[in-house]
Each structure stands twice: as structure tokens, then as C-alpha cells.
Design a protein around this ligand. Sequence first.
Ligand code: PLP
Length: 313
Amino acid sequence: MTSPAPTVLVFLDPAFENGRIADSSQPQLMATDLGATRGDGVFESLLAVQGRPRKVQAHLNRLGSSAAALDLALPEQDAWRKAIDTAINEFRNVHPAPTPEEDEVVVKLIVTRGVEGAASPTCWVQASPSPAGSRRQRETGIDVVLLDRGFDTEAGERAPWLLLGAKTLSYAVNMAALRYAHKQGADDAIFTSTDGRVLEGPTSTVLLAHLETVDDGDGSVRTVRRLITPQHDSGILPGTSQGALFAAAKAAGWELGYGPLVPQDLFDADAVWLISSIRLIAPVNHINGKEIGTPAVRKQLTAELNELFAGIE
Ligand code: PLP
């Protein structure tokens, strides 16, 4: 029998300033919790590297906007920060990483509406090991298929109850899309809209690079490097990794662009990546079986982006 993956739970509880550590091998939620019965809640996933949680403020901000979209009142950010630190410290004490390179902890912030009629939501932090598969994909790259999400790019604005830009607990559709991609022999998927735009991955943001050689007319030739991501107002989740990476890339001289993007833009790109807080930067080798760019350019640009990303707190 395989033992369950090590997990640390820390509930936000006003009686415990730094959060209340709970036994993850024991039941901790009511079976009637609306998070369990309706997927009614929101979450965040962030990575702690060598004990330091990354982009905490950006994740707390997005947790706040997701919660606002569901009319959920959250505890103060300070309570979250303390519970995050407790969870990471407890996890690293109980499960020390064998090497500094493997010292990564996945930290989830989870909020459910609680049981019917609850005065406040149920909130906890979960710390668990980072999946080896995700770490591997940063190196090997991934093959991706395009999948129709079934919405147009204006659905989010027209029908805000779809909660398209919020990170809700209802990820069953995203997980089903991943399984569908796996059955087709791919590692991941990129959603497209019914009006033909590139959206996002089921758990990631799409990023592409275009390199353009510009002749300045004075005999000098330079390469303009452009990073592009789909526009945020197309019913996608604004990625904290994309936001942080864009800021770092801009400082390093990249030009930045925000869609709209169509699938042909992906096929024409010099490199495409799926990026997220846990897997970080996964280069896309093939989309629908077609190679994107060349292995050498993918490798070089991925190394550059990794270096920029490593500097992000
Ligand atoms: N889009 C979706 C649907 C996601 O679930 C995620 C992350 O899980 C992302 C984008 C990337 O967001 P971040 O970079 O903040 O992890």
C-alpha cells in the first residue's frame, strides 16, 4: 500500500493567531460544507522555494478579487500570511527536502462558503510536496492540444455569474479538459474561444515570444524581442506569474503585448510557454502535433525567462 502524500493543514481560526494546525489524516470538514457539495468557494496555489513563499501579495490580491466575485468575506491578509508561514514551517520540519533544489512546497489557500447558513467562510492553508511531473515539464517541455472552451471572449462581461476570471473551487471542467488532452496523447491543453481567440491553459497562462530582426538603416541590425499574452478581459484568469514575468522582462528590454491572439499566432511564434506558479515556465514543443519554433531557440529563450523568473520574490 502506498502511503498518502504528506500534507499539512492550517485552518484560519481567530482563536489561533498563527493558524490552527490540523491533522490531515483525519476528517476536518463537514460533509455538508458548500465547498464540497457545490464547489462553492475560491482558492490560490503558490510555491514556496527554500521556505520562502513567492508572490504572496499578488496571490492574496487575486484571492480577494475571486472572493469578491462570489460575495465571500475573507479574513484579513495578515491572518493568511501567518497561516502560510505556519504551514510552510511545519511542512519543512516534518518533511525536510533531501536537497535544496527539491525544497519546494505547494501552498494552497482555500476558502469555502462553509455549511449552509454559516456566519463566515471556512478558510485554510494546505502545504504539500511539489509534483515531480511539473518540475520535469520545466525541463522537457510539453505537447499541447487546442480545445474549444465553448464561450466567446465577451461571455465573462455579458454573464458575470459564470465567474470566468475568478479562481473558483469548481475546477472539474479544467481537470476534465486535462484528462481529455491526456487521452489524445498530449500533456496539456490551450483553450480557445468560440470567436477563435487563444485563451489560457486549464491551470496556466499562455505566453509567446516573437523575435524580429530590425534594420536601423545605419548599417546596424538588432533583434526586437516581444512577449505576448492573451488580453485579460477575455474571460481568463489574470496570471500572477505572467504579471511578475512581464514586469521583469520589461526591465530587461523585452517589448510586451496583450492579445487578441488567434491560434495561428501560436504556430508562427518563436516560442510558446504555459506558465503558472507551481509548474513555473513550461516550454511548448508541439501544438496539435506541429512543432513550435526550433529546439535551440526554445531552449535559449526558456533559459532567459527562467533567469528573469528566478529573480522574482
Ligand atoms: N489560468 C488558470 C485557469 C489557472 O488555473 C492558473 C493557475 O493555476 C493560471 C492561469 C496561472 O496563474 P498563476 O500564474 O497565478 O499561477
